[in-house]
Design a protein around this ligand. Sequence first.
Ligand code: CJB
Length: 809
Amino acid sequence: MDLTKKRFKEEFSQTFENMYAFDIKNSTAIQQYTALGNYLRFSYSDDWNKTNKKYLNEQVKQVYYFSIEFLPGRMLKSNLLNLGILDTVRDGLVDLGLDFEEIVKSEVDPGLGNGGLGRLASCFMDSIASLGLPGNGNGIRYRYGLFQQKFVDGYQVELPDNWLRNGNVWEVRKENKAVTVRFGGQVGLVEAANGHLKPTYFNTQNILAVPYDTGMVGYQNDVINNLRLWSAEIPPEEEIHYHTIAEREQVNQITEVLYPDDSNHEGQTLRLRQEYFFTSAGIQSVIQYYKQTGLSWQNFPDKIAIHINDTHPSLAIPELMRVLLDEEDLSWEQAWEITKKTMSYTNHTVLQEAMEKWPIDMVKKLLPRIYQVIEEINRRHIEKKLSLYGSDLTYRTAIIADGYVKMAHLAIVGSHSVNGVAKLHTEILMHDVLNDFYQMYPAKFNNKTNGITQRRWLHLANEELTKLIDSKIGTDWKTNPAELKLFKAFIADQETLDKLGTIKLVNKEKFAAYTKNEMGIEINPEALFDVQIKRLHAYKRQLLNVLHIIDRYLKIKEDPTLAIQPRVFIFGAKAAPSYSYAKQIIKLINALAELINNDQEVDDKLKIVFVENYGVSLAELIIPAAEVSEQISLAGKEASGTSNMKLMLNGALTIATLDGANVEIRDFVGEDNLFLFGLNDQEVQILNKNGSYHPREIYETNPRLKQVLNTLIDGTIPDIEMEGRVIFDSLVYHNDEYFLLKDFDSYIQAQEEIDLLYQNKTKWNQKSLMNIASSGPFSADFTIQRYAEEIWKIDSQLIDVHQKLFLTE
Ligand code: CJB
C-alpha cells in the first residue's frame, strides 16, 4: 500500500477527529488504537472489495476453512506489516507525539481458541492470503473468549474474557448476509410443485446467524481474504414469540462462550448447537455465493472446497447433503458425489477420549432432519462395504453405533481427503487409530505437517533477529521461507554468532522487565531461559519438567556452593476448568515457585516463572527470549505441536521426545542440534501391550527419583498436601499413564548435556543458528501450498509467488 508519512499523519488525525470530535492530544491509547484500526480498515476496504469481486467474476475455485476456533492474536501490527506500512505509521505516530507500543498493547488479544488448533487456523489464514490463494475462514464470533486465567494462592481461577468490551475495529457486521439456522421441531413430507414429496420442517426454533467479517490481509500483495464469524440472534420477526429472559438467553448462549475444553475433555450439549450453528450458516453462505456464479451443481466441487478442521465442523457433510437434496432437488447419488468431492478433513489428535461422539437422542431431537441424513449416509456406507470387508471391520466403521453418532467416522466417510498433522501422527492414524478406515480408503489418507507463519513469529515478534537475518541473507525469506537456510553460511562467523547472543540477551532482558513489573519476580537475564508453553495436559508432561526442577533444587540444597548453570524455568499454560488433575499440577508448579523463588540459598541459580493467562501475545514476548524449548510429551501422543516450530525459528534449542513434528525437526536440524531423550512410540506401544511397566518398581529401585517424588508428599513443598498426594499416587501407584518415571533418567541426562553445552557460548550460538536456518520447512506457507495443491486444488492468483515457492522449496 502506498502511503507517505505526511499523508498518514493528516489522514489519521482527520479520522480521529471525525470519530471522537476532540483533539488527539487528549486521547487515551485505546482511542488512538480504535481510530488507527478504523483508518486501516478504511484504507484496505477497496482491496478487500476488489479481492472478493475478482474471485466471483473470474469464478476461481475457493476454499472455505471451517474451524470452531481461531486465535489470530493482536492484528494491528500484523496488518501494518502485511500492508507494507509498519515503519511509515510507526514514524508518523512518533511525530504526532504518540506511543506506538502503547497503542499496540491496547488491542485486546482475541481468545477465540484454546491452543494449537485455533492458532494453526490463524497461521493458515495468514498464509492463504499471503500466497494469494482464494480462501475464507468460517467460525463462531464468541461473545466471550477463552477464560482469563488468574492465580489465587497458586490455584487457577477462571474469569470471563469480555474481549468485545471496547468494540472490535477489524470486523464488519453484514446483516444483509444473515441466514436462518433451524433447530428442533419435526420433519414431515409435503408435495412440491413437481409432484415429488419433499421433507419439510415444523415447529422449529429459527435462529438468525449474522456474519461479522474480518479482512485477512496478505503480505504486501493487495489480497484481502475473508474470515467470517457468526453470531446468533433472535430473528426480528420472531421477537414476539420470546416471552422470558430465559428463552432469549437460550439463543444468545449459542455464540456466548468458547468451550474451554481441549483435546481430551468432552464438551456438553450446547457444543452440538454451536457446531451445527456455524456449519449450517457457513454452508448456506457458500451456497448463496455459488448461486451467484450461475454454474450447475455438478461444477460445485470444481469451484468450492470445504475443509473440516478437526471433527467439530463435521456436520457440514449432512448439512450440504440436506441443502442439495431438500432445497435444490438433487438425487441422493448426485448430492453425495458432490459432497464427497467438496469436503476434506484434518484429524488433530489420537487421544481416544477426544473423539467426538453425540448421543443419538440428542442429535435426533436437536437436528431431526440432519439425523435422518446421517442415518442414510450410514446405511448406504454399511451396505456398500459389507460385502467387501466383512461385518467386523465394516461395523467398526459405522457412523451410528453404540448409541452414538461418531463424528470422526462421519468426517472420514463424507470426505475425499483425511490428513494428519505430522508424519508420525499420520502413520499412527493409518496403522493404528484409524486403521479400519485406512484399509477401506487408503487413497484418502495423507500427511500435511503443520506450519507457522514466520511473519508473525519472527518478523513481528523478534525485530532485532529479523534485522540481523535481513542483513545477512536479504529479505526474500519473508515470502520464501526456504531461503532461511542461507543463514547456515554464517555458522563459523563469530560476529554473527556474537550478535545472535546479544539479541537473545536483549530479548531476555525484555522478558525479565515483564516478570519484574507484572509479577514482582526478578530474574537474571544471564541465566539460561527454559520454556514450556502449551495447554496443561498430563500427556504433555509438564510434570516431568517439574520433577527435573525438583532434582535441581535438591542438588542446590545438598550443596549450596555447587557451581550449577543458573536457569529460569518459564511456564505458560491454561488447564480446562473441569480437568482437576491439570489444575493440581498448576498448583504444584506455583507452590514450587513460591518455595524456590524465595529461598535465599538458591538465589539466582534457580527460578520459576509461571506466567498468568498465557496466550498469543505472551507467546510473542516469551518465544524470542527462549533458549531451551521443552517438547517432552510422551511419544505417540502429541499430534504435531507448533510451539516447537516457533521456538526453533527464534533460536531456542529443543529438548524433545520423538513425538509429533519433533521427529521432522530432528530430521531437518540434525541430531547434533537438539537433545533427544526418552521412549519412542514403538517402545511405548510395546510396554502398553505387554503390561510390563511397573512404575512402583522404578520408584523403589531409583533412589534419586524416589527422593524427588517424596518431596510431593513429605512437606518439602509447602501447601500441596492434597495435590502432592494425588500426583504422587498417580505416578507411583496408579500406573503412571504417561511413563514419566520411565523417562526420568534420560531426561535428566539430556538436561545435563544442555548445561554443559551452554558453557560454550560459541557452540551454543552455532546450534541456535542452525535451528533458525533449518526452520524454513516449517513455514505455514509450505503447509498451505501442499493443502492447496494436493487437497483443495486451488490456485494462487499471484502466479509469480506460487511459482517461486514451488521452485525453491
Ligand atoms: N489440538 O489444540 C488442539 N485441540 C484439540 O482439540 C485437538 C488437537 C492440537 O492441534 C495442534 C494443531 O494441529 C497440534 O499441533 C497439537 O499437537 C494438538 O494437540
